[in-house]
Design a binder for this molecule. Structure first.
Ligand code: PAF
Length: 286
């Protein structure tokens, strides 16, 4: 496992792998790695000859007033966790290396209208910042395969649409959300929660499960299901931002639809938590 900070060194290594006919898998992260990230590395490793994990807290995807300064930067701990999996490269560039022409940069990748919906309504510029940095990472690493977590369902769809629209020569796959024993989706932002709040936070999953079960049972009164879910979150001490039922492609659902995703974002203490459920989730049938 080689730690690289320098873009030129990464490019040289990528060129050598290309000459040797080796394929590359990319796992983009912002660090502060948890079991969810590690599962993405494990999932991609058997699929490509080489694996690059990137660790970069991307300023472009934090809206004004968000937690860019406080976001946990734990490179040494991250490297210790990755050592057991031994990816070929951990690429951890500086902001100056990633945005050499100055920050903010002039060119941004906006996948509209999806960037403005759901989380996008509450996080101005977030998805455009994320799509822009992922485009830069794709250009630098030139992976055949890239993997993203399904907890960030909207982000995953945005990246897939971006890659399709811009003919990016990369296949995007996803990894299942990894959860704490109580159902809370693993997230680097969970470290903002106290132990009591972590217990409380599991309600987000319970509300999504209840909504998913209602849809599976044939309920199609989407507005009522959404407002019930929001009320349950408020009663449990969250400040919910949204809870929405959508089609798997994140359009408004019709009552004739058979497949759905339910997405929610809610603030608990100083953590903004997101989660989602699809009707394929095995827990709905448990
Ligand atoms: O999901 C994340 O951690 C980030 O949005 C990503 C994909 C690493 C881009 O900065």
């Amino acid at each position: 496992m080689k730690l690289i900070h320098d873009l030129a060194e990464l490019r040289a290594l990528r060129a050598a792998w290309r000459s040797a006919g080796e394929s590359v898998g990319l796992v983009p992260t912002m660090g502060n790695l948890h079991a969810g990230h590690l599962s993405l590395v494990e999932q991609i490793q058997p699929q490509t000859d080489r694996v690059v994990v990137t660790i970069f807290v991307n300023p472009l995807q934090f809206a004004p007033g968000e937690d860019f300064e406080q976001y946990p930067r734990t490179l040494d701990e991250d490297l210790a966790k990755l050592a057991a999996l031994d990816p070929d490269v951990v690429f951890a560039p500086s902001v100056e290396a990633m945005y050499p022409a100055g920050y903010p940069i002039a060119t941004q990748v906006a996948v509209e209208p999806l960037v403005n919906r759901y989380c996008g309504e509450f996080r101005a510029g977030h998805f455009t910042g994320a799509a822009t940095v992922v485009t830069i990472l794709f250009n630098l690493v030139q992976p055949e395969l890239a993997i993203f977590g399904e907890k960030d369902y909207q982000q995953l769809l945005i990246f897939r649409r971006m890659a399709a629209d811009l003919h990016m020569p990369v296949r995007i796959v996803s990894g299942a959300t990894v959860r704490e024993a109580n159902g809370l989706a693993m997230s680097s932002r969970n470290r903002y929660l106290s132990q009591a709040q972590r217990d409380q936070a599991a309600t987000l999953r319970r509300v999504l499960l209840a909504t998913g079960r209602a849809l599976l049972a044939g309920r199609r009164d989407f507005d009522v299901l959404e407002s019930d879910g929001l009320r349950q979150l408020t009663d449990a001490g969250f400040e919910p931002q949204y809870l929405k039922i959508a089609t798997p492609t994140l359009d408004s659902p019709s009552v004739d639809a058979a497949d759905f995703v339910v997405l929610a974002a809610a603030v608990l203490g100083s953590a903004r938590l997101i989660d989602n459920i699809t009707l394929q989730d095995p827990a709905l049938r448990a």
